[in-house]
Ligand binder design. Structure first.
Ligand SMILES: O=P(O)(O)OC[C@H]1O[C@](O)(CO)[C@@H](O)[C@@H]1O
Length: 383
């Protein structure tokens, strides 16, 4: 489908995208300053970034992939006037530059978000979620599968960036009825053959249930192999990197009971190649998946199903546009190679694939709040 809906920008004061650039990004800079005893050089760079991202224009980045990802088109424009998807991604790239993540030196490769990710992984809530697996163990496999699928879906509420700008989000009750539910179609695609690609989102309390779901699918031979796509560098505060996968796996294998058993199963699957971790550069690209490079397109095209987790991946999947919510999900994803599923809690305005009655009921109940509040969720599938 050729995209006709307008691209989401952050230029309108009072809009959700505007608040992310004007308020969330400065809050993230403040959090990162506190995370490590950075030296004067990094603090100066963070001061400059704060000034630039709120009042300045997009600045060039030296070489590399950003030349292909549009830096030439957007340099010199206000952060608020370029596609929101683009300016958000660019922010994380600039933040990592400011703390010396890429430059040779002592801070190279140090994840500025690691302390908050580890706090979450070590939290009592994670303990409770892992302990709940023991009760599930006696249930039939189908029921366990459904519970683990929903665990992975609702794990997407555990998003540290979202909580920074919406501190009440976690306390707000989730609405268990999904706004779209293609889970039967999803299970039909998990027929035991082929590779499942799971494009992960957040680390910690989202990645753990994602891994548990993969363990279940491998154990029950609903898939032959899984490829877990993570980010090549820290991104959107809590997005999962390879280091976060290792932390989550170590957490699982050390856990008692079922959680530990799942952990060992996953560890073995990684060792024998049934579970592979990929960190493709495009996973941190400021672009929709329709623009993915040929190598990734070929790889994903070979999967029997690709599952995309979370809100940002959804925006990249359908295109970050003001679609009428009743736009067909199948048409909005028609440039994605192969069968695709989205598991997402709604944390931004973009949505497709709703039926008109559902949309009307949501608007009647909440105005437009359901789009961004993080209490609603969907499972959508295009076979
Ligand atoms: O972790 P997720 O589910 O991709 O959510 C990312 C969040 O950040 C945003 O991109 C806004 O910054 C929203 O899409 C969403 O609220």
């Amino acid at each position: 489908m050729s995209p006709s809906a307008a691209v989401v920008l952050a230029s309108e004061p009072g809009s959700f995208p505007h608040s992310v650039l004007a308020e969330r990004h400065p809050a993230i800079i403040a959090q990162v300053r506190e995370a490590f005893p950075y030296g004067p050089e990094q603090h100066r760079a963070l001061d400059a970034l704060l000034e630039n991202c709120t009042k300045g224009v997009i600045e060039p980045l030296p070489g590399g992939a950003w030349a292909e990802w549009g830096i030439g088109t957007y340099a010199g424009q206000s952060w608020f006037d370029v596609p929101w998807l683009w300016s958000e991604s660019y922010f994380y790239r600039r933040l990592l530059d400011a703390v010396g993540y890429f430059a040779p030196g002592p801070w190279q490769g140090i994840d500025p978000f690691r302390p908050s990710k580890l706090t979450e992984l070590d939290s009592p809530e994670t303990d409770q979620e892992l302990a709940a697996l023991d009760e599930l163990a006696s249930r039939p496999a189908e029921e366990r599968g459904a519970a683990l699928l929903h665990g992975s879906l609702w794990g997407n509420r555990a998003d540290l960036g979202f909580r920074l700008s919406d501190g009440e989000a976690e306390g707000r009750d989730a609405v268990p009825d999904l706004v779209a539910d293609d889970s039967e179609r999803l299970w039909a695609l998990l027929d035991g053959t082929g590779t499942l690609c799971l494009i992960a989102d957040n680390a910690g309390r989202e990645l753990v249930p994602d891994l548990l779901l993969l363990a279940h699918l491998l154990e029950h031979r609903r898939i032959e192999r899984a490829v877990l796509h993570v980010k090549p560098y820290p991104y959107y505060v809590s997005d999962a990197t390879t280091a976060d996968v290792v932390d989550a796996l170590r957490r699982l294998v050390r856990a008692p009971g079922e959680a530990g058993r799942y952990g060992r199963l996953l560890w073995d699957a990684m060792t024998d190649g049934r579970l592979v971790v990929r960190a493709h550069p495009f996973s941190c690209a400021p672009l929709p998946y329709a623009d993915m490079p040929d190598d990734l397109r070929t790889e994903i095209g070979r999967a029997s199903l690709t599952v995309l987790k979370g809100d940002l991946n959804y925006r990249r999947l359908v295109g970050d546009r003001w679609w009428p919510p009743t736009t067909s999900f199948a048409e909005a994803t028609d440039r994605f190679p192969g069968p695709v599923a989205a598991l997402r809690t709604l944390k931004s305005d973009v949505v497709t694939g709703l039926d008109a009655r559902t949309e009307a009921a949501l608007v009647a109940a909440e105005g437009q709040r359901w789009r961004t509040g993080g209490t609603r969720a969907l499972i959508q599938v295009r076979p």
